[in-house]
Ligand binder design. Structure first.
Ligand SMILES: Nc1nc2c(ncn2[C@@H]2O[C@H](COP(=O)(O)OP(=O)(O)OP(=O)(O)O)[C@@H](O)[C@H]2O)c(=O)[nH]1
Length: 345
């Protein structure tokens, strides 16, 4: 029976309030939680095991254990296979807690007798199920070195620990999904560059920052010359490869703080913070030269491209679209002047 039940639930509530805090790692959250379980239930160790694959729950992987020193994972995580412990896996998949008072004789846990219980001096086990979308996803294992009768309070407490794990796993999955969605919303999937939406968002932020500090802010627009011929001559796949490598060449030539975005097709924009039009012209000329001399390796052989540039200093008291339109116009002028050149607004 649990002593000081209200203190215990208070501590558990404090821990579960950290479920939404994804600034710490999943690992350190689990270890804090398991330490609480170990102290409260007075057991030798508590560990968490998760199924590797929910569609095929044939392997459990040990992802946290109060025996592990510090908060680092061992190089090789211990695993359990269904074929070796069928009764145990079946019990977990039923979703019910395993209160094996005497683990060596309990039919759900006696399979561990020779390889685990005896070598580790484990006499009793209390295992509670972690769920994901209502399906068993893993287990919290509490192990003790004396046979004991698990009281219903203790089982309820261990189930609360498993529920904390379930919710933290859900939060982790939601955060992963959210960062994937953000990536999809703001990234061009082909080149990995930011997309038009990101450009417009960050331009707005840069405009107000530059207006406040009265720093110069420029942009350049660049458009690959005769790109249609690359598609026509080598095929669309090679065209895609050229776009990817073209983006890499540009990113490697530009400064880290310069933000390069793909507007669409073979048209790109680079935001140049704290840069005057004169410096922007020098940067554009350097990039133009770099692109002209690069040899892009493709299965169809080496391909080289050139690019036409329009460069503008952004007037922060006008909408950003003005600077964008002006740079676009300068690109047209660069095309009219024979391509592979830089034209200022
Ligand atoms: N492979 C590939 N091609 C694309 C992609 N997006 C646009 N394009 C192609 O890029 C080509 C752009 O052609 P145009 O706008 O005529 O321009 P251009 O051939 O580069 O000629 P100039 O700009 O006048 O030098 C079109 O054939 C588009 O189909 C893409 O994601 N992948």
């Amino acid at each position: 029976m649990l002593k000081n039940f209200s203190n215990v639930t208070q501590r558990l509530r404090r821990l579960s309030s950290q479920e939404l805090d994804v600034s710490g790692t999943f690992q350190s959250f689990l270890l804090d939680l398991l330490d609480e379980g170990k102290q409260t239930l007075k057991v030798a160790r508590v560990s968490v095991w998760l199924f590797d694959d929910l569609d095929k729950p044939s392997e459990l992987i040990n992802v946290a254990n109060t025996d592990w020193s510090g908060k680092t994972l061992p190089e090789q995580l211990p695993t359990l296979q269904y074929e070796d412990f069928a009764a145990y896996f079946t019990a977990i998949n039923s979703g019910r807690s395993i209160d094996a008072n005497d683990a060596t004789t309990d039919p759900r846990t006696c399979e561990f007798h020779d390889i685990y219980l005896v070598p580790h001096n484990i006499k009793t086990m209390l295992d509670t199920v972690i769920f994901k979308n209502g399906i068993p996803h893993g287990v919290v294992c509490c192990e003790g070195d004396k046979i004991r009768t698990w009281h219903k309070d203790e089982i309820a407490f261990a189930e609360m620990i498993a529920d904390c794990c379930s919710r933290r796993l859900l939060v982790k999955a939601l955060w992963q999904l959210q960062s994937q969605l953000t990536e999809l919303a703001f990234k061009d999937p082909l080149t990995g560059l930011s997309n038009r939406r990101f450009l417009m968002d960050s331009a707005k932020r840069e405009m107000s920052r530059h207006a406040r500090f009265e720093h110069p802010f420029s942009l350049m627009m660049l458009d690959i010359d005769h790109f249609k011929k690359i598609n026509d001559n080598y095929g669309h796949e090679t065209g895609d490869l050229v776009l990817k490598h073209f983006a890499e060449i540009c990113v490697n030539t530009l400064r880290l703080e310069d933000c390069m975005c793909r507007l669409g097709g073979e048209e790109f924009v680079v935001l140049l913070p704290n840069t005057s039009i004169n410096s922007a012209m020098i940067i554009a000329e350097r990039l133009r030269n770099e692109i002209e001399h690069a040899r892009i390796a493709t299965p169809a052989g080496e391909i080289s491209v050139t690019s036409s540039f329009g460069v503008a200093q952004v007037n922060t008291s006008l909408p950003f679209s003005h600077a964008l339109k002006a740079a676009d116009h300068a690109v047209y002028q660069a095309k009219a002047e024979g391509r592979n050149c830089v034209v200022p607004v």
